[in-house]
Design a protein around this ligand. Structure first.
Ligand SMILES: O=P(O)(O)OC[C@H]1O[C@H](O)[C@H](O)[C@@H](O)[C@@H]1O
Length: 296
């Protein structure tokens, strides 16, 4: 069955073997399995075809029962990224509530060899009104192709007052963080969360995360490559998500209760977002941001 709708999750299956699992809690993608590409990956091609490889890290201690945001996959940060920076958002928790709200599966949009696609929605409720008094509708579309996963977030201002928000797709890519390489970020201005938000300019052709890294690159170009040399290369192309955070906590990650021992050694977060500024929508307006992840 190409689209398997369960009580707490939806699994999309592509005829070439790829699959992705999305929890209704947070519309969090918790798995993306796709075939490796022959000749460019260390993963062997067997008689059954190219090996199917999990692309996302999810901590073995992550809660998947809706009790807290998932430590892994793609949590959605909305309507803010990080701690509230504006007085009007002070009731919000870090990264907002989209990642800890239960979304509805609206419909299967496409079910074909070109892609299998499902749409999730979240609208304001009494609960969100208390924290963030703005009517809104979020539409999140996840589309799976043989070697590609596309996730798109559409935001509608369904109220009469302006709606201001940040948005970020918090990808936890699976791979050895000691060899991870992200590029091109040379010359891009970033805020360094490790150094008290100091502003600096990236000087490296290839960014690694061999030290504690938590950098918010601003107006970073929108297209990146994440490589784990000799195993996995992923292209990240974005629309309307101009900034990108690169995060790996190293040993400090061990203090997170839902991080498995040494978990930080097995992922890197590369998180496209609209976070330097706020998107401002007037009554009836909408905005959309998208990332296209392709195994190279
Ligand atoms: O622990 P969380 O609220 O999920 O946040 C996890 C991480 O998210 C982002 O990458 C931020 O830049 C980090 O500063 C933060 O630690």
């Amino acid at each position: 069955m190409p689209v398997d709708i369960q009580s707490d999750r939806v699994v999309l299956h592509h005829p070439a073997g790829a699959s992705t699992t999305i929890l209704l809690y947070g519309a969090t993608v918790i798995s993306w399995i796709s075939p490796s590409i022959s000749g460019t990956s260390a993963v062997p091609v067997t008689a059954e075809g190219p090996a199917l490889v999990e692309r996302f890290f999810v901590s073995s201690l992550a809660s998947l029962d809706g009790s807290k945001p998932v430590r892994g996959g793609i949590p959605i940060c909305w309507p803010i990224f990080g701690q509230p920076s504006r007085e009007e958002n002070k009731a919000l928790k870090q990264h907002g509530f989209a990642r800890s709200s239960v979304w509805k599966y609206e419909e299967t949009v496409l079910d074909a060899r070109e892609g299998v696609s499902g749409r999730f929605i979240l609208e304001n409720s009494d609960q969100t009104d208390k924290l963030f008094p703005h009517p809104f509708k979020l539409v999140y579309t996840v589309t799976l192709a043989e070697h590609q996963l596309t996730t798109s977030l559409r935001v509608h201002n369904t109220g009469s007052a302006p709606l201001a928000f940040q948005a970020l797709l918090h990808n936890y890519f699976k791979g050895e963080s000691s060899i991870a390489q992200v590029q091109p970020l040379k010359g891009v201005t970033y805020r360094d969360k490790v150094r008290n938000m100091v502003e600096d300019v990236e000087t490296r052709e290839i960014v690694d995360v061999r030290e504690y890294t938590d950098r918010v690159y601003e107006a970073a170009g929108g297209n990146y490559t994440l490589s784990f040399p000799r195993s996995v290369h992923i292209s990240i192309k974005t629309h309307n998500l101009p900034d990108v955070t690169v995060w790996n906590p190293q040993e400090t990650g061990s203090s997170m209760a839902d991080m498995e021992p040494n978990g930080w050694a097995h992922y890197v977060c590369v998180e496209p977002g609209y976070v330097k500024q706020f998107v401002e929508l007037k009554q009836g307006e909408e905005w959309w941001g998208q990332q296209v992840l392709t195994v190279l």
